[in-house]
Design a protein around this ligand. Structure first.
Ligand SMILES: [Zn+2]
Length: 301
């Protein structure tokens, strides 16, 4: 009997281990080929769609609140990290615009406060649908939002549906893109019937119009990049400064820098910045005889 129990335990633990190994999520793969980004951004992680279980852990650190929209600040990704969200992973997944209708108020500052969503006109009782596959995290009345549903999607995004007349889902429900979320209305702070639709990443709202074309009901991009509390569909939008190759001076962190162009010499550069050749040489540990290579960045002050 004893040995039978032992065998059972061993085989059980083996099978659990086996299952665990099989379902081990293939979540985060380092993205190596984006060389241009490497100089700008730190770690780049790509999150494939269809991995909600592993997303909960890797992106959201297993925080699953059914009462709060936001996350504690210390759970946000590292400032220098870039997270790549693949909106549609494989052909079994899709995107469905929650409701077709006129956009009556966009994301952005509005009457002195931030409007964190896109307002779409609807008629009371209209069907509001889920944007992507996912799981319901909030389904309740939530201050100005009125009746609200928040879904965490399998791609890592979270979307919010506000001012609903009725909620048709429950917390922890697994739902598909296009499934009924609730009926449109004007509960909460709303002056007319409309859907307040939001997209968030790590609790931070961003403009859904960046990745959804609300006129056609289609996605503008297959990917969303998130870095330092911002989300973009084009990596170049993260760059605030001109690239060094254009020969313009760059102002970075209070210092002025000059990128050497064809025809430059230390005297012309010194004149341009109202400084002296001696100072430029000292700042850059060079001499007046140093050959100036095109593209080299000189510190002016
Ligand atoms: Zn709104």
């Amino acid at each position: 009997m004893k040995s039978l129990t032992l065998t059972l335990i061993i085989s059980l633990s083996f099978s659990i281990y086996g299952v665990a190994q099989q379902t081990l999520p293939d979540t985060i793969k380092p993205k190596l080929q984006i060389s241009e980004m490497d100089s700008l951004l730190g770690t780049v992680e790509e999150i494939p769609e269809d991995s909600l279980k592993s997303l909960d852990e890797s992106l959201y650190k297993n925080i699953w609140s059914s009462t709060q929209i936001k996350y504690p600040v210390n759970t946000l990704p590292n400032k220098n990290d870039t997270i790549i969200i693949t909106l549609l992973g494989n052909d079994s997944t899709t995107f469905v615009q929650p409701i077709k209708g006129a956009v009556i108020s966009k994301y952005g500052p509005r009457r002195g406060r931030m409007h964190t969503g896109t307002d779409i006109r609807l008629n009371s009782g209209d069907t509001v649908r889920c944007a992507f596959d996912g799981r319901v995290r909030l389904a309740r009345r939530f201050s100005g939002y009125g009746n609200l549903v928040l879904v965490r999607h399998n791609n890592g995004l979270e979307t919010i549906y506000g001012h609903l007349k009725a909620i048709s889902v429950k917390v922890n429900d697994t739902i598909k893109a296009g499934d009924l979320i609730g009926l449109g209305g004007r509960t909460g702070r709303a002056t007319c019937n409309h859907l307040h639709f939001e997209t968030r990443l790590f609790g931070q709202p961003f403009d859904s119009n960046k990745y959804i074309d609300f006129e056609t009901g289609s996605l503008r991009s297959g990917k969303v990049y998130y870095a330092n509390k911002r989300a973009e569909i084009d990596l170049h939008n993260f760059k605030k400064k001109p690239l060094p190759s254009d020969g313009a001076e760059l102002a970075a962190g209070g210092t002025t820098k000059h990128v050497i162009r064809k025809g430059d010499n230390l005297s012309t550069i010194a004149r341009r910045y109202h400084t002296s050749v001696r100072k430029i040489c000292a700042n850059n540990k060079i001499t007046a005889q140093t050959t100036l290579k095109i593209g080299r960045v000189l510190r002016i002050n």
